[in-house]
Write a protein of this length. Structure first.
Length: 296
């Protein structure tokens, strides 16, 4: 098995998904709602469990993935911390805008009350028309400014309400993000504490895999030997018997031939000896033979 191919095919989609999910966590929470933020930590943990479960039969790839996960936790935590920092900055800015809007509402209402007080003042009896016109114009301006102040107060009151609503969402998001951060940090601590134990389990898996392979090979050999043992022994015994019979026959033939050759050689030797004796007797003179015979 190509370990690099397995690692690339399994880890690349998972890490890409995890990093993208953490980078856009804040934006996704604002679009999809605060409920989705809480699910992010559970999803990260689920992804890790899925990777381990999917590759538990490959100890080499699993050990490499454990090391990769060990290095990925700081990246995830840093990404969540960055998102949480941005979220806190948004909260501070919105709280500032809310405080400004509240101050505007207070000032506008104070001005409106002041103008209303001016409008409600009893008019003084003037004898000339110009004085009456001046008083009437002042009251008209006061009414206009009071209306304007009330309008400003109403507008900024609406902004305060919007800020309160948005801050409520941001507070919830910040709470969820802090939970995610705490869970990731807790998982990292647990992962680090259990890493040695996990590696021992991986070693045990590797040993079991080797043992299983060895036992399968031995069982296969035993089955093959059991299947052909009887036939093989019969064949060997039959062949040995044939060889022994052939050898005994050859030995018997050789022994008979040797005995026959011995008889023939003896006969030829005796005949040759007799012939040589007769020839020697023929060469001796007759009187020598007779004289020799008279001595006795």
């Amino acid at each position: 098995m190509n370990v690099k191919t397995v690692m690339l095919s399994i880890l690349k989609p998972f890490f890409r998904l995890a990093l993208i999910m953490l980078v856009v966590a804040g934006i996704a929470a604002m679009v999809a709602g605060p409920e989705r933020v809480h699910a992010m930590a559970h999803q990260v943990k689920t992804e890790i469990s899925d990777v381990i479960d999917a590759n538990i039969d490959d100890p080499v790839a699993l050990r490499s993935q454990l090391r990769k996960l060990q290095k990925e936790y700081p990246k995830r935590i840093a990404s969540v911390q960055a998102d949480l920092t941005d979220l806190h900055q948004q909260i501070r800015e919105l709280e500032r805008e809310k405080a400004v809007a509240q101050r505007v509402v207070l000032l506008a209402r104070q001005d409106a009350e002041s103008f209303n007080t001016e409008i409600g003042t009893e008019p003084v009896a003037f004898t000339n028309a110009s004085s009456r016109y001046a008083v009437s114009a002042a009251q008209s301006r006061a009414k206009a400014r009071a209306a304007q102040a009330n309008q400003v107060a109403a507008t900024y009151s609406s902004r305060v309400e919007d800020a309160d609503r948005d801050l409520g969402y941001l507070y919830q998001q910040a709470e969820r993000m802090e939970e995610v951060l705490a869970q990731l940090e807790s998982e990292r601590a647990q992962f680090q504490a259990q890493l040695d134990q996990l590696e021992r389990q991986v070693d045990a898996v590797a040993r079991n895999e080797r043992l299983i392979d060895l036992m399968e090979k031995r069982n296969k050999t035993i089955e093959e030997m059991s299947r052909y043992e009887a036939g093989s022994l019969d064949q060997i015994q039959s062949r040995l018997s044939g060889i022994r019979s052939r050898q005994e026959a050859e030995l018997q033939v050789l022994s008979s031939s040797q005995n026959q050759m011995n008889y023939e050689q003896r006969a030829e030797f005796e005949l040759e000896a007799a012939e040589q004796g007769a020839e020697a007797a023929a060469l001796i003179p007759q009187e020598i033979v007779l004289n020799s015979g008279s001595r006795f």
